[in-house]
Design a protein around this ligand. Structure first.
Ligand code: 4AD
Ligand code: MG
Length: 430
C-alpha cells in the first residue's frame, strides 16, 4: 500500500510504502534515524540493525541528504514527536541519489539561501510557511464564497494606473504602451456594478525601489469590491475576513505554527471587531509617543505604523487620511473636505499595512474633476468614467496583500519568505 506521510494516522500498525526524500539523518552502530519528507509532511523512519538485513542497514546509514527513496515498513504511534507517528523501516529502495546538496543543516546566509530558493523551499521552515500561505488562500475562497461574492479576474496587462504612475512596470503591447497591473481595483468596480459583490485574487506589480522587509516587486492581492457599501460596511467585511484567516490558520496549521515557534496566544486574540482611529488621532498619538517632527498631511513610514500598531493588541484601522496623499478615486469626507473616506489596516508587531481600502467616488462631476486634477488621460479612463455615467451607486472595496498577511500570521520577519519565488529589488533569480 503506497501512502503519504500525512495519511499515517489512518495506517497505524500497518505495513505501507512511502515515497520520500531524506531531509536529515542520525545513526549509530545499531540504529539509524531517517528524517523523511514527502511534501505532505515530515516523519521519522527508524532502521534497527538487528531487525533488518545487513545490506538494508548499510544502505540506510549511507544515505545522503535529499536522496529520493521508497521506504517500506510499519507505522507506529510516536508520542515523543509532535507529528505523532513514525515508521519502523523494513526495507528501502533508492530512486535517485543526491550528492553534495548545497543546503546543509548548518547555518547559511540569507543571500545564499535566496540564490537556492528552488531547493530552500524543501526545508522544514519554508514548508511550514507555504502551508500557512496555502491555508490563507483556501480560507479566502471559503470566506468570500460564503459571503455571496463572486470571483472576477481583472486583466494583468493594462493601460491605466490606479495607484499613480511612479511605480509602473512598462511594457509594449504590440504598438501600444502597456503596464503590468498594480491593482485590479478599477476593473473590480466594473465587476461590482455588474455582480454586486466581487473579489479578485491575482498577481500585482510595483516597480518600487523599496528594499524593506515589507516590499515585493511582484505580490498577490485579494481585492473585494461591494456595491451599495459605505466605508463602515467595508470595514466590517475586512475585520471579519482577517479574523477568519487567522482562525483558519489556527484551526488547520497547528503543526506548522509550532514548527515556526509562532506565539499562538497572540493570534487567538485576533477576533472582530478591530479598533479604529482617524489619521488625525494617529498624528496626535505619534506626537505623544515622541515623534515630534511629524506634521499633519505627511504619510506614515514604517516606524510610525509600528508605533501606532504597538498601541493596540489587534490590527488597527487608520481612517480618513488627507486627500493629498491618497489616490484619485477616493471621495472627500462631506464633513471635512481635506480628508477622504478611506482606511488602512495596520497589522500588529511591525508587519505594517496589510489592507488599503476606501469608498469610491461615484458621482460623475466629482470624478471628472479628480481625473483632471490628477492629470489623468481621460481617454484611457473613459471606460471607468462610464461606470459613474450609467447608474453608479456608492461602493467600497479594499486590497489585502497576501504576503504581508502570511508574514504576520506565520511570524516570518521578511515578506521574501512568504512567497515561493520572491521578486525583489535586485533579485529575479531563481
Ligand atoms: O494600499 P495599496 O496600494 O492599495 C491598492 O492597490 C488598492 N487599489 C486596493 C483596493 O482598494 N482594491 O495595496 C493594497 C495592499 C497593501 O495594504 C499591502 O498589503 C499590499 O497590498 N502591498 C504590497 N505587498 C507587498 N509588496 C508591496 N510592494 C506592496 N504594495 C502593496
Ligand atoms: Mg496602501
Amino acid at each position: 500500500m503506497k501512502i503519504t506521510i500525512n495519511q499515517s494516522k489512518d495506517y497505524v500498525n500497518q505495513k505501507v510504502t512511502i515515497g520520500a526524500w531524506l531531509a536529515n539523518k542520525r545513526s549509530s552502530g545499531k540504529i539509524a534515524f531517517l528524517q523523511l519528507r514527502d511534501g505532505t509532511g515530515f516523519m521519522q523512519g527508524v532502521v534497527v540493525k538487528a531487525e533488518v538485513a545487513e545490506e538494508i542497514f548499510l544502505q540506510a546509514k549511507g544515505l545522503t541528504q535529499e536522496t529520493s527513496l521508497y521506504v517500506t515498513g510499519t507505522i507506529h504511534e510516536d508520542t515523543r514527536s509532535k507529528f505523532g507517528y513514525e515508521m519502523a523501516i523494513e526495507s528501502l529502495e533508492i530512486i535517485s541519489e543526491s550528492h553534495d546538496y548545497p543546503i546543509t543543516p548548518k547555518e547559511h546566509g540569507t543571500e545564499f539561501l535566496m540564490d537556492h530558493r528552488h531547493l530552500w523551499l524543501r526545508s522544514n521552515r519554508q514548508h511550514a510557511i507555504m502551508k500557512i500561505r496555502n491555508e490563507i488562500i483556501r480560507a479566502t475562497y471559503e470566506f468570500f464564497n460564503n459571503e455571496g461574492f463572486i470571483k472576477i479576474d481583472p486583466p494583468i496587462l493594462t493601460g491605466s494606473a490606479p495607484e499613480g504612475t511612479t511605480e509602473l512596470f512598462h511594457t509594449k503591447y504590440f504598438e501600444e504602451d502597456a503596464y503590468l497591473s498594480q491593482s485590479g481595483q478599477l476593473y473590480m468596480e466594473a465587476g461590482a456594478m455588474a455582480f454586486g459583490k466581487v473579489f479578485s485574487f491575482g498577481p500585482t506589480f510595483r516597480a518600487e525601489k523599496s528594499k524593506t522587509r515589507r516590499h515585493l516587486i511582484e505580490f498577490w492581492m485579494i481585492e473585494p469590491e461591494m456595491a451599495f457599501y459605505e466605508l463602515e460596511d467595508s470595514l466590517k467585511v475586512q475585520e471579519n475576513y482577517v479574523a477568519f484567516l487567522v482562525k483558519s490558520v489556527l484551526d488547520h496549521c497547528s503543526l506548522e505554527l509550532e514548527r515556526l515557534g509562532r506565539d499562538t496566544t497572540h493570534l487567538e486574540k485576533m477576533t472582530a471587531p478591530f479598533p479604529r482611529i482617524t489619521y488625525t488621532e494617529a498624528i496626535k498619538l505619534l506626537k505623544e509617543k515622541g515623534f515630534h517632527d511629524i506634521e499633519w498631511g505627511e504619510d506614515f513610514g514604517a516606524p510610525h505604523e509600528t508605533a501606532i500598531a504597538d498601541s493596540f493588541e489587534k490590527p488597527v484601522f487608520i481612517t480618513h487620511y488627507p486627500k493629498a496623499i491618497k489616490p484619485f478615486y477616493m471621495p472627500e469626507d462631506p464633513t471635512n473636505r481635506e480628508v477622504v473616506l478611506c482606511a488602512d489596516l495596520i497589522a500588529p508587531e511591525g508587519y505594517g499595512e496589510i489592507i488599503g481600502g476606501s469608498e469610491r467616488i461615484h458621482e460623475l462631476e466629482a470624478l471628472l474633476k479628480r481625473v483632471k486634477e490628477f492629470g489623468l488621460d481621460e481617454e484611457a479612463y473613459r471606460w471607468y468614467i462610464d461606470l459613474a455615467r450609467y447608474g453608479s451607486v456608492p461602493h467600497s472595496g479594499f486590497g489585502l496583500g497576501l504576503e504581508r498577511t502570511v508574514a504576520w500570521i506565520s511570524g516570518t520577519e521578511h515578506v521574501r519568505e512568504s512567497i515561493p519565488f520572491p521578486r525583489l529589488l535586485n533579485r529575479l533569480y531563481p
